[in-house]
Design a binder for this molecule. Structure first.
Ligand code: E4P
Length: 217
């Protein structure tokens, strides 16, 4: 599973990117709103750093989404246009794909929606694990079913496990066949931390200091 950052905070994403395990970022209108910044600037800065930056349209009709998608894609070749799974959205996906633009279909809550989006030509589908769990179903199960269906029919669409809320979601998404996990910075920082790593390092360094001390006697 490849690892993306689920954020529009360029500085925070940069800190994680510098460690070398992040290859993309997914944004959405709520994440962009939190930054208070011009969305185009955010998308451009991220796309100069990362091979995949999902940028979401906010129009609700197919024509509007298509025009907005074309405009977003023109910012940088690494921009992937994010389109919500609605009947109008699917029409826009079809047209954008006709123009060779990469598309991520978002707000996916079932394997059926994922299969339909894939059949329209989506390059990526984003099932929302946490939000499915919130209504009493298993988000990870939706990822597992989707991965199974895509494998059965050799469907090249990639699954981006989204709405990851905690470290256990991350591992479960990876085991369920998601190609990509998009993870909020706070969860990634938790994944980077392990108490046994800290204790082990402390012990190694204190033993090493003893070696230095005995050599200097
Ligand atoms: C990413 O593509 C989604 O927009 C995001 O993961 C949604 O996460 P949330 O359900 O925590 O808002």
């Amino acid at each position: 599973m490849r690892i993306f950052v689920d954020s529009a905070d360029v500085e925070e994403i940069k800190k994680l990117y510098e460690m070398g395990f992040v290859s993309g970022a997914t944004t959405n209108p709520s994440l962009v709103a939190k930054t208070g910044r011009d969305p185009r600037e955010i998308y451009r800065e991220l796309a100069e750093m990362l091979e995949h930056v999902s940028a979401e349209v906010v129009a609700e009709d197919a024509d509007g989404m298509y025009k907005e998608g074309k405009d977003l894609a023109s910012i940088h070749p690494n921009i992937v246009v994010k389109i919500p799974f609605t009947p109008e959205g699917l029409k826009a996906v079809r047209r954008l794909k006709g123009d060779g633009i990469r598309v991520n279909v978002t707000l996916i809550f079932s394997a059926a929606q994922a299969l339909i989006a894939a059949r329209v030509g989506a390059d990526f589908v984003s099932p929302f694990i946490g939000r499915i769990d919130d209504i009493g179903y298993s988000g990870v199960e939706v990822v597992r079913e989707t991965a199974k269906i895509f494998a059965l029919y050799d469907i090249p669409t990639q699954i981006i496990a989204a709405s990851i809320r905690h470290p256990a979601h991350f591992i479960a998404a990876a085991k369920s066949g998601a190609h990509i996990g998009t993870v909020p910075p706070a969860v990634l920082w938790k994944l980077l931390k392990h108490p046994l790593t800290d204790i082990g390092l402390e012990k190694f360094l204190s033993d090493w200091r003893k070696v230095q001390e005995s050599l200097s006697k």
